[in-house]
Design a protein. Structure first.
Length: 237
């Protein structure tokens, strides 16, 4: 079940050409730990950070049911890729892309990507002694979710999913129980990421310009929060 977390971490590290040098699975926590901490909110995905005298303490919670379902889907994908007949393999892979785009599976996939995205970003920034903000984490996670879903669901010789951006940024609702500061941060991250993804689709995705897309998002990933926001404004102008 935990293999899914490592697969997503590997996908993000490959996408951005980074190496956190730590395994997200080693930082996974369960319901018992969260309950012992007495947290006010316990959503299905949550990165917990605590400053210690000798560094940063990190724990990641991801809903077990989401991990189990994605593990089954990953296993089915690997079985399809191992099939000997090319036409059958192509149909199986197309089925897996379609399966991911179904509501429940997409939501679970995005949940896992968000958690791993937060973890990876914190690990890299901490190792580089670079500061980060809550908005920065949420903004990058929104973009990571779009990019990994896009790359998973995009067939080699076909068109990218047309409604992915709308499903990720327009058809959304925000969890109840958040503070006004949290609510504003999530709404801002969603809106700003939507602007950036719109520019990616216009400049690269519609032209199937994959090398240029990868070069762009790798440069963007390395910017600080102010640099990211400024870059998005300039691209949207």
């Amino acid at each position: 079940m935990r293999r899914v977390l490592r697969e997503v971490q590997h996908a993000l590290e490959s996408l951005y050409r980074v190496d956190a040098a730590v395994d997200v699975r080693d930082f996974l926590i369960g319901d018992e730990v969260r309950e012992a901490l007495g947290l006010q909110r316990m959503p299905r995905e949550q990165l917990l950070l605590r400053e210690e005298p000798d560094g940063l303490s990190v724990g990641l919670f991801v809903d077990e049911l989401a991990l189990r379902r994605l593990e089954r889907m990953l296993t089915r994908t690997e079985t399809a890729k191992a099939a000997p007949a090319a036409p059958e393999r192509a149909r199986e892979e197309a089925d897996q892309r379609q399966l991911l785009m179904e509501h429940d599976h997409l939501g679970e996939f995005l949940l896992v990507v968000e958690g791993v995205s937060h973890f990876l970003y914190v690990a890299l920034r901490t190792r580089e002694h670079r500061p980060f903000s809550g908005l920065e984490l949420e903004l990058q996670a929104e973009i990571d979710k779009y990019l990994l879903a896009l790359l998973w669901a995009w067939p080699e010789h076909g068109h990218p999913p047309e409604d992915l951006r709308e499903r990720l940024f327009a058809r959304v609702s925000f969890l109840q129980g958040m503070s006004s500061e949290e609510h504003d941060r999530y709404r801002t991250a969603n809106a700003v990421a939507d602007d950036y993804v719109a520019s990616l689709e216009t400049r690269f995705v519609r032209r199937r310009a994959m090398p240029e897309l990868l070069a762009e998002v790798r440069r963007f990933y390395r910017l600080d929060c102010a640099g990211k926001l400024d870059h998005i404004v300039r691209q949207a102008a």
